[in-house]
Design a protein around this ligand. Structure first.
Ligand SMILES: [Zn+2]
Ligand SMILES: [Zn+2]
Length: 173
């Protein structure tokens, strides 16, 4: 969505609210999920642009539904990623470095929200998602899902050196 901020810049209004669903197939800023992840539209966006004595800020939240696999046990998982976005809006040509991440750039009173949104969503989307924080994952040797109990692979245990001596004595007996 491209927001027209002319009435905000001129001071006619102090804030502009917006709410829309992102066009995820847009040609200019398509939302392409990372490998092994699929996104389920719509991506609902809700926010506001506020002018405080000439200082303009953009803030919004976006909800992105996804499905993927647990990074440890490969179980199918799905969930909702919520992005919170807060930036200062600067007029094109007033910044030395327009790639500065602290700002979003408005051109001729217009602000392209989608471009910023898609960029930020892909940047902030977690690179590893787990079915649950405590997921035990798969055994690297036999591949058993350790969430359903231990496997039969021999475990390397750290043995107390004093016990190791005792064990040796017993073995030699
Ligand atoms: Zn898992
Ligand atoms: Zn195993």
């Amino acid at each position: 969505m491209v927001l027209d901020l002319t009435s905000l810049v001129s001071g006619k209004v102090n804030s502009l609210d917006f709410e829309y669903d992102l066009d995820t197939d847009s040609e200019e800023s398509p939302l392409i999920p990372p490998d092994d992840v699929s996104f389920a539209p719509p991506v609902h966006v809700k926010g506001t642009v506020v002018n405080t004595a000439g200082y303009i800020t953009l803030s919004f939240t976006a909800e992105l539904k996804y499905s993927t696999h647990c990074a440890r046990c490969l179980k199918d998982i799905s969930g909702k990623f919520i992005l919170t976005f807060n930036r200062t809006v600067a007029n094109s040509g007033t910044l030395q470095d327009e790639d500065n991440d602290a700002y979003v750039i408005m051109k001729n009173g217009k602000l392209d929200i989608d471009r910023e949104l898609v960029e930020e969503l892909l940047l902030e989307f977690p690179s590893k998602l787990l079915c649950e924080e405590e997921c035990a994952g798969l055994c690297p040797k036999c591949g058993k899902n350790l969430n359903f109990g231990p496997c039969d692979c021999p475990k390397k245990k750290e043995i107390d050196p004093r016990l190791a001596i005792l064990q040796k004595l017993l073995e030699n007996d």
